[in-house]
Design a protein around this ligand. Structure first.
Ligand code: PGA
Length: 252
């Protein structure tokens, strides 16, 4: 179902004590917040998932992983499976973040496998897509996004797709302080919804939550979230302090 979401991607930040403090601060800020059609998701490093779900379940936020294995189980040293995430009551998992595509060479096919495994385990993938600066400058950005979405998601049926959250994250805006303008975000989000509509029909496309990510912060969130097809944000740097994250949540 289409809802407004703010998801915090902590990436590889926070020691155990720092993570514990941030969870405590988040719990304090979120417990009395009235959320109607909004959901808050916290995506800590995997090692902190268990303590995060414990806090989240009692304090108004869902928990997501940042990644999962593309295989179901077995001899894959260092990997964490979708079934393991499920056993910790993790509800979401980021898939295909640009950092994973770039540094860990994840392919469309790997991402498709992850999406399927997550759905089999009742976990909603937060599927990331985004172009690099060179691709935008050479006006290939729409083709890139179309390929990323169609290659990894279009094997799903409509019922499965309804459990997916899409995050558009232009790579040139991630961690750079350079946000896409609200017009650029809206243009791409409308394009993505159009792609979904062509394949699955307008009714299904209108039910999908599409988040914006890339230097989204308390100052620009309201403007971005006010766009028709922008249903919230995937937040990196600004999710590392409860105060900043809360200000973004209040931007709807
Ligand atoms: P940023 O990261 O908010 O620090 O730009 C966003 C993301 O990578 O999800």
């Amino acid at each position: 179902m289409r809802k407004n979401i703010v998801a915090g991607n902590w990436k590889m930040n926070k020691t155990f004590e720092e993570a514990d403090d941030l969870l405590f601060d988040l719990a304090e800020s979120l417990k009395d917040l009235e959320l109607e059609n909004e959901e808050v998701i916290v995506c800590p490093p995997a090692i902190y998932l268990e303590m995060s779900t414990d806090v989240g379940l009692e304090n108004n936020f869902a928990v997501g992983a940042q990644n999962c294995a593309s295989e179901a189980s077995g001899a894959y040293t260092g990997e964490i499976s979708a079934a393991m995430l499920k056993s910790l009551e993790v509800q979401y998992c980021i898939v295909g973040h640009s950092e994973r595509r770039k540094y860990y060479h994840e392919t469309h096919e790997d991402l498709e496998k992850k999406v399927n495994l997550l759905l089999d385990n009742d976990i909603s993938p937060i599927f990331c897509c985004g172009e690099v600066l060179e691709e935008r400058e050479s006006e290939k950005h729409f083709d890139i996004i179309k390929a990323q979405i169609s290659e990894s998601l279009f094997g799903l049926n409509a019922e499965e797709l309804l459990n997916i959250v899409i995050a558009y994250e232009p790579v040139w805006a991630i961690g750079t302080g350079k946000t896409a303008s609200s017009a650029q975000a809206q243009e791409m989000h409308a394009f993505i919804r159009g792609l979904l509509s062509e394949k699955y029909g307008t009714e299904v496309a209108n039910e999908i939550t599409i988040l914006y990510g890339g230097s989204c912060n308390a100052k620009n969130a309201q403007e971005l979230f006010s766009q028709n097809d922008v249903d919230g944000g995937l937040i990196g740097g600004a999710s590392l302090k409860a105060e900043d994250f809360l200000a973004i949540i209040k931007s709807f």
